[in-house]
Design a protein around this ligand. Structure first.
Ligand code: SF4
Ligand code: SF4
Ligand code: SF4
Length: 377
């Protein structure tokens, strides 16, 4: 059984405890992993997605939701307002049906696109979830060690340890983990002062993998879009496929790197996409689509007479783009320092504002009672 690279057995137990019931239910129906993958227990695994095969049916999304949504708890009735007040409460528990983006209750979504390519609009569907980075900043920079990377390459978040501070989301180049407020250990600590819930994301069906079974989204796909196997072999397959795609698209074979995503991103990931057109064009289509959807959402809110802060606008939350991503851990020292400084700087700024406000209040003449009505207490 693979060991974690960070907290070890304590955190592993927490994660496995949280998902054990669901995994037991799935074990009966789960397809076995290919022999090569079984033999690779403890080896770094990698998934390869051939986007030319995806028809956008979302069976993978449904399979993931059926398997894991019930493992994400419902929040307490009165979610504590974090301090300072500008820190938002994020409650997705009444929007569990949302599946057009990543949410705490939706670890996988499919981006449906029309990509302009060679003078035509080409349909493309892209399943999106955690990339399971090789040197994952979420694991390296989580201040509480709640985010972990197994030796089989799976990154996951321990629900029993996470305080929902969202550092993993901040440092993730794709901002993958999503927060559910009002759940988790912070409720037993200082709910208004420390923490804001728990972060959730794809854990690559770790409890199933450890039983020698396929991740659910791979098992249920009718098109066999994804495959999973030892990383070295998957990288070779990805390169061979990308070379074919480049040639088929009329590009020089040595441009195959344009047709692959995840190989070098963030220093290398455990999720490699290969597509029939260059990813620069795909990302341009994603950005355009996201802008248009956000614009439509704002227009609908305005038409309903709602101000943006009342409308609960989602924008592009939980919809990662696919631009080229440099290795964020190359600048880990700077990043760590920035993350350490940010809360202190924020606290200092907040304290400064607080003292200034107190100073003003103590100097201010008391207004007549009628003028105080409706003011903030
Ligand atoms: S990956 Fe498979 S299951 Fe998911 S949308 Fe594509 S074809 Fe459907
Ligand atoms: S994609 Fe983001 S959340 Fe997933 S392993 Fe990489 S840094 Fe962590
Ligand atoms: S690997 Fe498992 S947890 Fe991750 S998206 Fe697929 S079904 Fe969901």
């Amino acid at each position: 059984m693979p060991e974690t690279k960070t907290l070890g057995s304590l955190s592993r137990r927490g994660f496995l405890k949280g998902t054990a019931a669901a995994a037991a239910g799935l074990a009966v129906s789960g397809l076995a992993l290919p022999q090569a993958v079984q033999a690779a227990t403890g080896q770094e695994l990698c998934t390869l997605l051939d986007l030319s095969r995806c028809i956008g049916c979302e069976a993978c999304v449904d399979g993931c939701r059926d398997a894991w949504q019930a493992t994400v708890p419902d929040p307490v009735a009165n979610i504590p307002q974090p301090f300072p007040e500008r820190v938002p409460i994020e409650d997705w528990s009444r929007r569990k049906d949302v599946q057009d983006r990543l949410t705490p209750y939706n670890f996988l979504y499919v981006e449906h696109l029309e990509v302009p390519h060679k003078g035509q609009e080409q349909e493309l569907h892209i399943p999106r979830r955690c990339m399971h980075c090789v040197n994952a900043p979420c694991t390296n920079l989580c201040p509480f060690g709640a985010c972990q990377t197994e030796s089989n390459g799976v990154t996951h978040i321990d629900q029993d340890v996470c305080l929902g501070g969202a550092k993993c989301k901040t440092v993730c180049p794709w901002h993958i983990p999503q927060r559910q407020s009002g759940v988790g250990i912070y409720l037993n600590l200082m709910p208004q002062m420390a923490g804001n819930g728990v972060m959730f994301k794809c854990h690559r069906c770790l409890p199933l993998l450890e039983k020698g079974q396929q991740p659910r989204c791979i098992e249920v796909c009718p098109q066999k879009v994804q495959s999973i196997g030892p990383r070295d072999g998957q990288l070779k397959k990805a390169e061979a496929l990308a070379r074919q795609m480049a040639v088929k698209d009329g590009a020089p074979e040595d441009k195959w790197g344009d047709y692959v995503y995840g190989l070098k991103e963030n220093g290398g990931t455990g999720t490699i996409y290969v597509a029939p057109m260059p990813f620069s064009e795909i990302n341009a289509a994603i950005m355009k689509d996201h802008q248009e959807k956000a614009k439509e959402e704002r227009a609908a809110a305005a038409q309903a007479g709602l101000k943006p802060e009342q409308a609960g606008l989602l924008g592009n939350l939980g919809r990662p783009p696919m631009g080229r991503v440099a290795n964020s851990m190359e600048n880990a020292e700077k990043l760590t320092l920035a993350l350490m400084i940010a809360p202190v700087a924020g606290l200092a700024a907040g304290l400064g504002k607080f003292l200034a406000k107190v100073g003003k209040l103590t100097q201010k003449p008391v207004a007549p009672a009628s003028k105080q009505e409706g003011g903030r207490s």
